[in-house]
Design a protein around this ligand. Structure first.
Ligand SMILES: C[S@@+](CC[C@H](N)C(=O)[O-])C[C@H]1O[C@@H](n2cnc3c(N)ncnc32)[C@H](O)[C@@H]1O
Length: 236
């Protein structure tokens, strides 16, 4: 009997803990989150669903923190692949009561890409309310949706770039977003930097370095302890 009561007590503690607001000092111009609330949510909710690949725990922390802090009305993300990142954004919004529409884009089936998921596209987000799966080029489709939404609704967007990881692609995507939506906050995946001798693809890292200047006025948070690496460019 005692052990059942202890179990329930612990369960309640964990639930109320994770339902706390994850943002600390929201009016401050700096970014601050409650790492315990976020960790609890990731360990008990996200990891059982999406695992730790391709997004290790430190990167999931940044994804959760960015949504909790910005409370984006819309998330534009590519590529969809299995839909794990879209599922993370969906679960964060759901848990922390953030009303957001998610647009997740991958290339059409007839376009060849080494990472194209084919019939597995979006399996983690199939039939979830508020998740819109689109086919096309990520940047073009997102900006088209953004421009339509903007005509009638308030739009505080978060972009997540995780498509083709070549230097040229990421540079084009960053230039496209920053020139069309200067107020946008942007998360990018696979941005770890190691010296070129490592043989790693440092295209996304280099693209950020070349595109983002002081004039953009971005604050930057990096998760770069090792591969794959994630960078958050934000305006608060
Ligand atoms: C590394 S996977 C993304 C992982 C995914 N976010 C997830 O949560 O599972 C890269 C994906 O980007 C897609 N892709 C590549 N170039 C693209 C583009 N220009 N527009 C949209 N999707 C693209 C690929 O087809 C592939 O499915």
């Amino acid at each position: 009997m005692k052990s059942i009561l202890d179990f329930l007590k612990n369960k309640m503690k964990s639930v109320s803990f994770s339902r706390q607001d994850a943002v600390v000092n929201p009016l401050c111009c700096e970014f601050e989150v409650n790492n315990w609330v976020i960790s609890d949510f990731i360990i008990h909710k996200l990891v059982p669903i999406v695992g730790v690949h391709p997004y290790p725990i430190n990167e999931q922390c940044l994804m959760v923190a960015s949504v909790c802090t910005l409370k984006p009305t819309h998330v534009f993300e590519w590529g969809t692949n299995l839909g794990k990142s879209a599922r993370i954004f969906y679960e964060v919004a759901h848990r922390f009561g953030i009303e957001t529409q998610i647009f997740s884009i991958d290339l059409p089936d007839d376009i060849e890409h080494v990472e194209h998921p084919k019939e597995k596209r979006g399996i983690f987000v199939k039939n979830l309310q508020g998740v819109n799966l689109l086919l096309g080029d990520g940047l073009e489709s997102s900006l088209k949706e953004y421009n339509t939404i903007k005509q009638h609704n308030k739009c505080t967007p978060l972009f997540f770039i995780d498509g083709d990881h070549s230097y040229q692609s990421v540079k084009r995507e960053l230039l496209g977003i920053t020139s069309t939506v200067p107020e946008a906050s942007i998360l990018l995946h696979d941005t770890f930097f190691q010296s070129p001798e490592s043989g790693y693809n440092i295209g996304p890292y280099q693209a950020i370095k070349d595109v983002v200047t002081d004039a953009h006025n971005y604050k930057i948070i990096r998760q770069d302890l090792g591969l794959p690496g994630m960078t958050f460019l934000y305006k608060k």
